[in-house]
Every structure is written in C-alpha cells, then in structure tokens.
Design a protein around this ligand. Structure first.
Ligand SMILES: CCCCC/C=C\C/C=C\C/C=C/C(=O)SCCNC(=O)CCNC(=O)[C@H](O)C(C)(C)COP(=O)(O)OP(=O)(O)OC[C@H]1O[C@@H](n2cnc3c(N)ncnc32)[C@H](O)[C@@H]1OP(=O)(O)O
Length: 289
C-alpha cells in the first residue's frame, strides 16, 4: 500500500514535469533522462540512464526513471530489464549531491522519499534485472546495481564501484548497508564501508560486488545472453524465490520509512555534514582545474 501511494505521488510529480513522451514505432520510449528500448515481442527492455554529465540521481531523474520502470512493470509482456548508461564511462555518479546540499528540510525529505522509492521498486521488482555496468558506479550508482539480479561490469581498470559515502563525510544508510552486506558478506562490508572503498572491476568481481567482468565492447551482448538464461526459468518460481530472498530486507525499510526520512533530514541538515559536502564538491571542482 505504502509503495503504491508513493508511486502515485511520483506519477503525479512526473505529469507536473510535463515531459512529452517520444514514441518511436512502439519500440522506444523516452523521457528526458531515461531512454527505454523496449522489445515487447522478446519481453525485454533496455533502460539507459541519460542524465548528463554523470548520471547523478537527481530528483527529476528519479521521477522519470520510476515512471519508465512502472510502465514496464504494468505491461505483463515485459519480463526482463537491462539497466545501463547511455554514456559509457560513467554508469552513475550516485545520489545528486546538489539535492543534499544547501536545500531546506522539506526538499531533503522529498528527495529521500524518492531515493527510498527507487531502491524499493528495483529491489522488489518482479522482472529480471540485469545490470550492464559500463562505467564508474559509486555510492547510489552502486546501490542501483546491487538491486539487480545479475551484474556485469566492463573490464576497464579506470572504472570503480562501491559505497564510498564515508569518504564524503556521510554515512551509507542502513538499507544500503544491508543490501551490501547481503551481497559481499559482513566482514568485507564492514571494512569497505568504513574506508569508503571503491573497487576496480577485477577486485569487485573477487568480492562478489559484480558477477562477471567482460571486455568493454561485450558488456551489452553478455547482458543479453545472461538475460536469455534467466528468461528460461519459469516466472512464477523465480519471482516467488526472489521475493522470499528479499522481502524481509525491504519490509525493514518499509516499516520505518518515515523515521528513516526524518533521520536523513536531521543528519544532512547538520552544519558539519553540509561543510563536509561543501569540501567534497570543492574537491570535485578542483580535480578539473
Ligand atoms: C546516521 C544516519 C545516516 C542517515 C543517512 C544519511 C546520509 C546518507 C546520504 C546519502 C548516501 C549517499 C549516496 C551517494 O550516492 S553520494 C554521491 C557519491 N558520489 C560520488 O562520490 C561521485 C562523485 N563524482 C565523481 O567522482 C566523478 O564526477 C565521476 C563520477 C568519477 C565522473 O568523473 P568525470 O571526470 O567524468 O566528471 P567530473 O568529476 O568532472 O563531474 C562533472 C560534473 O558533475 C558533477 N558531479 C559529479 N558527481 C556528482 C554527484 N554525485 N552529484 C552532483 N554532481 C556531481 C561535478 O561536480 C561536475 O560539475 P561541474 O559543475 O564542475 O561541471
């Protein structure tokens, strides 16, 4: 119920944005920040993140992404989604720092609800989610990948993935942490989270953050072949199994959703945290100059 209500809010927000859908022969639809190549006959869609310059998860991006995902969820012909970036090199730079810096509490609360919604929708999706990680994927970007059923990363040592929040002076929320612990195990998570480590593909593979590393030009073909394997499993048994594995963790957030929002708002509003974010943003700018 809570999920459905929040979904409606996002849909309303989406229509307020007034984005015109572009339909190309019923096989492609797009809003400004997400491109969907939908092959209804095959039952597979490719969702490409396209929020330049670095696919940060801004409020507008989250709204548009959730609307696109819901369209696919509502069409029973779609059984699988491949998530990838339209801009090879960066899968996603994670949460949009500008949504968490210098804004007011109401904005922080609205943003955090949308971030929760993204995680819940992806984590509990009945569809098969395969992540084609064709670039760097820190923090919230890594989280998106962690919600997927299978992760394939491009073999480029320049790309990294992990939960680096502590390096920014912030803390990975408990549900980011839970998703990570369930993927890599407690000790690895404890170590990586405290240090805010980002891992290149080979190390990410060793730790189980990703399932496969393939040459960069094969990420998409690999994602398609993995999807074909998963599609061969009957939906009902796969979905019941997925739900059995994931429900408890998702319910843990659902039951304390409002408290989690309040926690986030009071944490992110602190002067010391705003100062840390300021320093980090300055560092990002200086890197350029
Ligand atoms: C105890 C209670 C706890 C409660 C919980 C409380 C708090 C937790 C809250 C949130 C968890 C946070 C999760 C996150 O996801 S935080 C974001 C983490 N992301 C990063 O650290 C990535 C930062 N970016 C980079 O490292 C690089 O940009 C890149 C992704 C490697 C790409 O490098 P590239 O050289 O290609 O681009 P630039 O660095 O030049 O960037 C271009 C442009 O984009 C801006 N930008 C980059 N990342 C972000 C971002 N995440 N959000 C917003 N903007 C971003 C960058 O500043 C440049 O802007 P400019 O204006 O200078 O062009």
């Amino acid at each position: 119920m809570a999920l459905a209500a929040a979904g409606r809010v996002l849909l309303q927000a989406g229509s307020r944005l007034g984005r015109r859908e572009v339909v190309d022969g019923a096989r492609r639809f797009a809003n400004k920040r997400v491109e969907v190549e939908a092959d209804e006959a095959a039952g597979i869609a490719v969702m490409k993140l396209k929020n330049p310059p670095v696919n940060s998860l801004s409020l507008e991006f989250l709204t548009e992404f959730l609307i696109s995902l819901e369209k696919l969820e509502n069409n029973k012909n779609f059984r699988g989604v491949i998530l990838t970036s339209e801009r090879p090199g960066v899968f996603s730079a994670g949460l949009d720092l500008m949504e968490m810096y210098g804004r007011n509490p109401a904005h922080y609360a609205e943003y955090w609800r949308a971030v929760q919604e993204l995680w819940l929708r992806l984590y509990l999706s009945n569809m098969i989610l395969v992540c084609a990680i064709n670039g760097t994927s820190p923090a919230g970007g890594c989280l998106m990948a962690l919600t997927c059923d299978h992760r394939i990363m491009a073999d480029n040592p320049k790309y990294t993935i992990g939960l680096n929040e502590s390096q920014l002076g912030i803390v990975a929320p408990f549900w980011f942490k839970d998703n990570f612990v369930n993927t890599v195990g407690y000790r690895t998570a404890e170590h990586a989270l405290q240090l805010g480590l980002l891992f290149p593909p080979a190390e990410a593979l060793k730790l189980g953050i990703v399932d496969e590393v393939v040459p960069e030009d094969q990420v998409h073909s690999k994602a398609q072949s993995v999807m074909a394997q998963w599609m061969a499993i009957p939906d009902h048994s796969r979905q019941l199994t997925k739900n059995m594995m994931r429900k408890a963790m998702a319910d843990n957030l659902i039951k304390q959703r409002e408290a989690d929002i309040q926690n986030f708002v009071s944490f992110i509003s602190r002067d010391s945290i705003q100062k840390s974010l300021h320093t980090y943003l300055e560092k990002l700018k200086q890197k350029k100059g």
